[in-house]
Write a protein that binds this ligand. Structure first.
Ligand code: ADP
Ligand code: ASP
Ligand code: MG
Length: 404
């Protein structure tokens, strides 16, 4: 049966000329088998990180519109090179930027949301028997400004195109063989998961499992787009991300995740009266900062400390705003700790089991790791700890729950 397959290749899969040629061969192989292909590509290797570094050498607060102009160039390089490599193999291919294939987004530069996709140009190129190569991670606003979709956004491009084109398959090719019980680079004993639900994957991705962008999973879940995550260097099947996984009884824990990309902010001596927290967090959300874990104690002294975490790139802006608000409402110091890490366990099984949190805390205690903050959802538990203990914590928790 002829299929329409959307494939996405991440940065490491196209890190150099040889790897690009390898991807070209793989894509051409599917074309030879008679399938239609839409291929989404990320920027080569660490290009995006390098462009960010470069921008930060020019300015510590570059305009976000210009950041998008800059970062979108990374993917434009890789699509052109991949199209050339496919041509070389004797197949027809055409590369497009996000704007050229009508990926229309809102104006929220650096983390824009897709509003709609006018995929006619892709459909036309497919009709002409071409392999279509699309730059991941980018779109355009209605007033024709280039936007990007947040880090890891090529995953989102792929899932959104798979939905829009009603593709038969959506494959995400990366540098590991699928989704593992934890990052296999931290714990080599981690096991590949055969299938995982959208809900668990969304939770793992949101809590730091870099392998899939959380927003791409949100979209996949909303439109029920099954995703196959697999390795660009092997032919082995990877992990299916699907609506439902039918097994007799859920495992206690599905995975352990680590996020070292948050900072902890503490506002000291906050007056303990109604409206104060609202004021602090409203100020932050108005500035586009999304706050995560929040801890506030009931005070006995009419003053209390509030701690919360934010993504590290938002930390200095947060400090600035928090200091301003703190002055106005009469709080004390504002402290920043960037040496923290969040270790989390994820699994639907914890809904029906007791003692999961206790087992996690016990493991940290046995390893003399202090817990600074705790938060839970119905399918996850997270602890903030000092960064230097992060990898040990992941490995020990992974072992405790028998995942290896
Ligand atoms: P790409 O460049 O293909 O988008 P990413 O670097 O974004 O790849 O994601 C792949 C990486 O995600 C892997 O190299 C691995 O280190 C990391 N990772 C973190 N958690 C997991 C997990 N649970 N399963 C698989 N990979 C994971
Ligand atoms: N190149 C972009 C990034 O590094 C998008 C992606 O790789 O998905 O975030
Ligand atoms: Mg990625």
């Amino acid at each position: 049966m002829k299929k329409l397959i959307v494939q996405k290749f991440g940065g490491s899969s196209v890190a150099n000329a040889e790897r690009i040629q390898n991807v070209a061969k793989r894509v051409a192989g599917y074309k030879k088998d008679g399938h239609d292909l839409v291929v989404v590509v990320s920027a080569l290797g660490d290009t995006t990180d390098e462009l960010i570094k470069l921008a930060n050498q020019i300015s510590n607060d570059p305009p976000e519109r210009e950041m998008d102009m800059l970062l979108s160039t990374g993917e434009q390089i890789s699509v052109a090179l991949l199209a050339m490599a496919i041509h070389k193999l004797g197949f027809k291919a055409i590369s497009f930027t996000g704007a050229q294939v009508g990926i229309i987004t809102d104006k929220n530069h650096t983390k824009a949301r897709i509003i709609k996709i006018n995929a006619d140009r892709i459909r036309q190129a497919l009709k002409e028997n071409k392999i279509v190569i699309v730059a991941g991670f980018q779109g355009i606003t209605i007033d024709e400004n280039i936007t990007t979709l947040g880090r890891g956004g090529s995953d989102l491009t792929a899932v959104a195109l798979a939905k829009e084109l009603n593709a038969n398959e959506c494959e995400i090719y990366t540098d590991v063989e699928g989704i593992y019980t934890t990052d296999p680079r931290i714990e080599p004993k981690a096991k590949k998961i055969k299938s995982i639900t959208f809900d668990e994957m969304l939770e793992m991705a949101s809590l730091g499992a870099q392998v899939m962008q959380p927003r791409s999973i949100e979209v996949a879940k909303k439109f029920n787009v099954p995703i196959h995550v697999r390795s660009s260097l092997s032919l082995k099947p990877g992990t299916m991300i699907v609506k439902e996984v039918k097994i007799m009884e859920d495992a206690l824990i599905t995975g352990v995740t680590l996020n070292k990309n948050e900072a902890k902010i503490t506002i000291c001596d906050v007056p303990d009266k109604p409206g104060v927290a609202a004021r602090i967090f409203k100020e932050l959300s108005n500035s586009g900062i999304s706050v995560d874990m929040i801890v506030q104690n009931v005070s006995h002294t009419r003053k209390t400390d509030i701690s919360f975490t934010v993504p590290k790139p938002d930390s200095s802006k947060t400090i600035r705003l928090a200091k301003k608000t703190a002055r106005v409402i009469g709080c004390g110091e504002v402290l920043e700790d960037t040496n923290i890490a969040r270790v989390s366990i994820v699994g639907v099984g914890m809904k029906s089991h007791r003692g999961v949190a206790a087992a996690m805390f016990e493991t940290l205690a046995e390893n003399k790791i202090n817990i600074e903050m705790i938060s839970t959802s119905d399918i996850s538990i997270s602890c903030i700890i000092q960064k230097k203990f992060a990898e040990t914590a992941v490995r020990q928790i992974h072992k405790k729950f028998g995942l290896g």
